[in-house]
Design a protein around this ligand. Sequence first.
Ligand SMILES: [Zn+2]
Length: 537
Amino acid sequence: MSRNPTIRFMVWRNFALMHSKSVKSQPSINHLRAYLSMGVKANSVKTFISYLLSILVQAKRSVLMARVILALVVFGVTACAERLTSHAQDSAASATEILTNATAITNVTVIDAVNGVRKNQTVVFDGDNIVSVQTAGPPADTARRIDGTGRYLIPGLWDFHVHLTYDERLTAVMPQLFLSYGITSVRDTGGLMHEILPVVEKMRAAGEIAPRVFFAGPLLDGEFVVYNGIGRPEIGVSVPTPELARQQVIEMHAQGVNFIKVYEMVQPEVFDALTEIAGELDLPIDSHVPLSMRARDAGPRVSSIEHLRNIEMDCAAGAEKLHRARLALLQNDEGISGAALRTAMHSEQRLPAIGDYDEAQCDIVIAALQDTVMVPTLRLNSFVLLPPWQRPDWQEALSRLPTNVSRDWQTQAERRRSSPAGDPLFANWSMFLTNRMHDAGVPFGAGTDVPINLSVPGYSLHSELDMLVKAGLTPLEALEAATLEPAKFFGLEGNMGAIAEGQVADMVLLDADPLEDINNTKRIVMVISKGQRVVEQ
Ligand SMILES: [Zn+2]
């Protein structure tokens, strides 16, 4: 096999037939619950009757006593029967009640990563709960009905990498923008606690129309912090020692973070402490591969990795040498800033490492990352391959932003459009590595890093889905990356990520088939968030 990445890129482009991952099935939690409660009821009736029978045996010498016991048995059985009947009546009453408050989407094609494609379905939801999904028969007796004929219903989408507080001009408008593009859940991967907490609280407040939000708090960085507020927003904090790392995570956990984000400048002993305390507190870890470590060592110890960051350095023939050189640079003898130090290391190692690509080395790395969700942010990594201004609907998306931001971004876009395009090596590498990892069965998450680099909230998630398909995922796998995989990251796959009984009522109704063209995820007719119809075209 060639070590020349350009040749390898061309080779993979010719692998036109991408295998598709088999769709996983899972038991419905509600079925399980119903089954369990039935078992308990049956057992208690049995126990009661056998208890009475044992008394009867003991009292067989006395006819009078036997009569008394017989009366007791009759009484007991009657009472039981009455209880069961009244329970059945209760159930029937609540079923009727559910239907009169519910909404049915009729005759719709349901698409999700758990069940694949199901045609002619009636999906009934009541508040924030999907009550049933059935092949369309006689119309359900529900209060409201939505005609799904010729339409496609997918689970609400996630943007798995957002920064709600990165640009204060956008913070307030982001929730509505996300919803308007069908994004009903977001994972915030970095913001200072005092900034992100009020935003999360507002989004979660009762009656607030906003996506579900999961957040990490600040980037946990090394002695030298990259995002320290100088020349770029302050979204990182320094955790220079294992003790401080532990303390920081314990505090953030008490403040309610849903996971932690480990950044690039942390030292291995701090990384150890972070993974240990996160494990104790049951917090998933999102990460950039720290520059002090190798992807094959750090990767398997975290739940997700962003931007494929620093993986190229471990895929090089000279990976070990590059690692030693990084350790020397990290001494930071010149005392430069965290941001400058990181940039220096990237520019010294990134492109040379890609040029030194070694398939056997990379196979070891990919094997180590089998269970780590990759969030390649291809919209960002491979920006030069398809900049947003080349997309026909970007101008319209831009017009939805506050005027000061849209003008600013328009100017940036025009300036960049007229300047020479950058080196596409890293962009191509990101597509190539995504393809190789996908072939090897590595799981993917769809995230954008919004609003960084002209990323319109909501809109850019659809660009990411498009790029994932261009990299080799099937449209259904791209949907999986924006629905089921994010749910699994938080252990919520029993309640989110599919359209099935017992799942939350986050759904997007489309008027074109997303499996035919992934860009049809933008053909939105209706968005249902937490059981509410929040967008209707
Ligand atoms: Zn980010």
